[in-house]
Design a protein around this ligand. Structure first.
Ligand code: GTP
Ligand code: MG
Length: 210
């Protein structure tokens, strides 16, 4: 299928607010400003369905997006921005923890990191959390357009090593600016749907990109 209708469903904090039907979900976690909302827009070909901002801390709740009534993308609140109280940080951790444990339809939580930087302590903590919850530890490295090709392998090696990624865990670099890497992510999602027995296959749009 080609993605036709994507819509924002709800901004949730508590499980009572999560969507009730049992569509499979793929969630994105990562530092504030890493590009979670931009990635979501890129994947579904929408300019601004998920609100993006150069001001960190835009997405503070769990935002659910319905994709053609077949599955959902879930934009998790970003962590790591400085101007936040301890109470707010604890609330954030609780919101995410509850979702990871209670989100019954959650296929994978994908960790986003900025391809330019060494993963932060919070990135490492989040990634551990994802693995401990039993997810496979897929990483998407954002802002690929911001580095030279010659730097790519070195950055990938650093991220793999610093996050202590399992050998079989996938790392996919992507740019939401020129959309390079988009279809590698789609291929991965198609595989995930297939492996879990869902009859969902995302077809390429007419675009000349990888
Ligand atoms: P929070 O909602 O605060 O958690 O942030 P977020 O992770 O959703 O980040 P968002 O998608 O809002 O992007 C943050 C900034 O980075 C925006 O100014 C985006 O335009 C920019 N950005 C995101 N992805 C890319 C990318 O692949 N390349 C470039 N050049 N800029 C990007
Ligand atoms: Mg966001």
């Amino acid at each position: 299928m080609k993605i036709k209708n994507s819509e924002f469903i709800i901004s949730a904090v508590n499980p009572t607010q999560y969507p009730e039907d049992d569509l499979p979900e793929i969630a994105f976690a990562g530092r504030s400003n890493v590009g979670k909302s931009s990635l979501l827009n890129t994947l579904i070909n929408r300019k601004n369905l998920a609100r993006t901002s150069s001001t960190p801390g835009k997405t503070q709740t769990i935002n659910f997006y319905n994709i053609d009534d077949l599955f959902r993308f879930v934009d998790l609140p970003g962590y790591g921005y400085a101007k936040v109280s301890k109470t707010q940080k604890a609330a954030w951790a609780k919101t995410i923890e509850t979702y990871l444990n209670k989100g019954e339809n959650l296929l994978e939580v994908i960790q986003l990191v900025d391809i330019r930087h060494k993963p932060s302590d919070q990135d490492k903590e989040m990634y551990r959390w994802i693995l401990d919850c039993g997810f496979s530890g897929i990483v998407i490295a954002t802002k690929l357009d911001k580095i030279k090709n010659s730097q790519l392998q070195k950055q990938i090696n650093t991220i793999r090593k610093d996050l202590d990624m399992p050998d079989d865990a996938r790392l996919i670099p992507i740019s939401s600016d020129n959309r390079k890497g988009k279809y590698k992510v789609w291929d991965l999602f198609n595989q995930l749907f297939k492996d879990r027995g869902y009859d969902i296959f995302l077809e390429r749009q007419n675009e000349n990109i990888e």
